[in-house]
Unconditional design. Structure first.
Length: 632
């Protein structure tokens, strides 16, 4: 009962925040497509604040010193690590400082003596079985899957895939934050590992994983294959490509989590020369252990490269003399923090104790659907002007709702309800009174906010404003309206901002993934008066075609094309196959990528005045549902 009360309290809070805050945004920004949420708005704040950090970042110059050392004809590389016993760590600020060090190291009278040789064997343990967030991150890193796409594929694997005429559920429940593994699953993994890899690949004591977070809900065990003996290759013929990729990832992660650790031999050499200490280090895999099946690092194959490098370093002992053959100073500049991608944003939310495994995918989808956040070509998330404005309004007017600690604290209170340590109606009452007073106070003084851009009107020179049409689409309109009625497409805003700031000349052209259909050359993105388009880089071809934003959904009619966003002559957005005119499939609403459980047609997202609805694209079917956790 307490678990049910906790879940119901969460739903009430989410709906309460969404239903009360969204009208504030409608009134101030004049766009009824906007929404706010207890968790979605905090996620938006994280993206906006990261962008502010990037914009405020000032690069700092620093230098590193690399050397090529020699000992009796055997050469190896080393790097300056200490000056007068203190770590370098970006302390060489200028070329002049670097040149002084180079001058000393290249002086014929300078000697180099091995000061210290450290050899150590370490054990690298496998990572824990997947929970929802780690599965989403791994799928994003390895295959570029978005969080929502990953969950859709996992849902199908969980519900069942037809194998030999019968549906078989291939994985356990995919919405979990527990790394617990059942005894039966551990026993099945034990038998499989012994049979296929040998006794040395199973640890002396079975691996048991414990989640460090206090607010873990342990209703479901970790994400794992339902039948560990069903290898990815053995059922590949029954899966589509995406299902196979995700199942393989889950299977390898789980099986490797039950295997013995890898053993790595590390060797570090420190070479002294006056005030300077050079360092060379290598690693060599002595026993691959779980790495035989699954390497969970982003840089796969790194250890194999280290093994070959290890052979190039001679056996040295303390007191040995070595020679310096070459010194290479390298200039660097500090880098701003990277933008979040879906995987890193999920990790950041999880680290702060915000949200739940079942909601991460929906949260990230919502902030993109609302046009608060967009992805660049590298799939990094960045806030739009609208997103920045919404975030600014919410932070200034509802500081508690937008506070990380407050949101995480509310998650803890919900967990306490489930643990019988808090009473659900008391938690709601404590939240509601100050919250509704805050909302009422803001609504009394709320005024429409003009979202001013950096773009100047080409006709009168006044700032252009971000405006919303009656149909909900956005465009730029002159702030001098009605005296000046200039409008322009939102697509040209970014390029015009760069042009006005003088940044365009040095910016490389953005290359498309697809090739020119006429000559096979690269295509680049360009922006014209009517928006974004693609142009061939071959000067003898110059083929052009309009840019179509991809939904990532395969066309159900031809099975070859991808559904893309298109516009009619009147500017109405619709969705069609990119193989047109060979395929004439069209939709008037954005496809979600899911199929209707009733008739198998594509599900689409309909934006209505009463709120978003997921419905079947087949008009004769009538299936519909509410989007999951849309208020959060």
């Amino acid at each position: 009962m307490e678990m049910v009360q906790a879940q119901q309290t969460r739903q009430i809070l989410d709906k309460l925040v969404g239903f009360k805050l969204s009208p504030v945004l409608w009134k101030q920004i004049g766009n009824r497509n906007l929404s706010a949420g207890r968790v979605q708005s905090v996620a938006l704040r994280m993206v906006c604040e990261r962008e502010e950090e990037i914009e405020a970042f000032v690069p700092q110059e620093y230098w590193t010193i690399h050397t090529l050392m020699d000992q009796e004809g055997k050469q190896f590389e080393a790097e300056l690590s200490k000056i007068k016993g203190k770590a370098v760590e970006k302390t060489i600020k200028t070329k002049e400082d670097a040149d002084k060090i180079v001058e000393f190291l290249t002086n014929p009278s300078t000697s180099f003596t091995v000061e210290k040789v450290t050899k150590k064997t370490t054990k690298r343990k496998p990572t824990a079985p997947f929970i929802t967030s780690t599965m989403q991150r791994a799928a994003s890193t390895k295959y570029g899957f978005g969080a929502s796409r990953t969950m859709q594929i996992a849902q199908k694997l969980y519900e069942g895939v037809e194998i030999d005429g019968a549906p078989v559920g291939l994985i356990t429940y995919m919405r979990t934050d527990s790394v617990r593994v059942s005894d039966d699953a551990r026993d099945m993994a034990h038998d499989f590992i012994l049979q296929n890899y040998g006794e040395k690949y199973y640890p002396e004591k079975a691996n048991v994983y414990v989640k460090g977070k206090q607010n873990v809900q342990d209703a479901h065990e970790a994400i794992r294959p339902s039948y560990p003996d069903k290898t990815p290759e053995s059922i590949k013929q029954y899966l589509d490509n995406d299902q196979y990729k995700l199942y393989k990832l889950i299977w390898e992660n789980f099986m490797s989590s039950q295997m013995a650790p890898a053993e790595v031999a590390n060797k570090t050499i420190e070479i002294n020369s006056g005030d300077y200490t050079l360092k060379a280090g290598t690693s060599k895999i002595m026993f691959d252990g779980f790495l035989k099946l699954y390497n969970d690092t982003e840089d796969d194959g790194n250890e194999g490269n280290n093994e070959s490098a290890d052979a190039k370093i001679p056996d040295l002992e303390k007191g040995d003399l070595v020679a310096c053959q070459n010194v290479n100073p390298k200039q660097h500049f500090t880098q701003p923090p990277p933008r979040y991608n879906e995987a890193s944003l999920i990790k950041a939310l999880e680290d702060k104790g915000i949200g739940r495994p079942s909601t991460y995918a929906t949260i990230i989808t919502v902030i993109q659907t609302r046009k608060y956040v967009e992805k660049n070509q590298s799939k990094a998330l960045y806030p739009t002007l609208l997103g920045k404005t919404v975030c600014k309004q919410l932070v200034s007017q509802f500081p508690n709702i937008m506070d990380y600690q407050f949101t995480a604290g509310m998650e803890e209170k919900l967990d306490k309800i489930a643990e019988k340590q808090a009473i659900w109606n008391v938690v709601l009452e404590d939240f509601y009174k100050p919250f509704i007073e805050n909302v009422n106070s803001v609504m009394k003084t709320a005024q429409k906010v003009n979202i001013e851009t950096k773009i100047k009107c080409p006709n009168c020179g006044k700032p252009m404003l971000l405006r919303t049409s009656k149909t909900g689409s956005q465009f730029l309109g002159c702030s001098g309206y009605p005296d000046c009625k200039t409008t322009m497409s939102l697509n040209v805003m970014q390029e015009m901002e760069e042009e006005q700031s003088g940044e365009v000349a040095d910016k490389p052209k953005e290359v498309c993934e697809e090739k020119c259909e006429k000559c096979g050359s690269d295509m680049v993105f360009k922006l014209g008066p009517y928006g974004k388009y693609m142009e061939c880089t071959n000067p003898e071809c110059k083929h052009r075609k309009p840019y179509r934003k991809s939904t990532g959904v395969t066309c159900p009619k031809c099975g070859k094309g991808t559904i893309v966003e298109r516009k009619s002559k009147r500017g109405t957005v619709f969705y069609g196959c990119d193989k047109y005119p060979d395929c004439d499939f069209v939709l008037w609403n954005e496809p979600t990528g899911e199929k209707c459980p009733t008739c198998g047609s594509l599900l689409v997202k309909k934006v209505l005045k009463k709120g978003d609805v997921i419905a079947c694209s087949n008009m004769k079917c009538g299936y519909k549902k509410e989007p999951e956790q849309v208020q959060e």
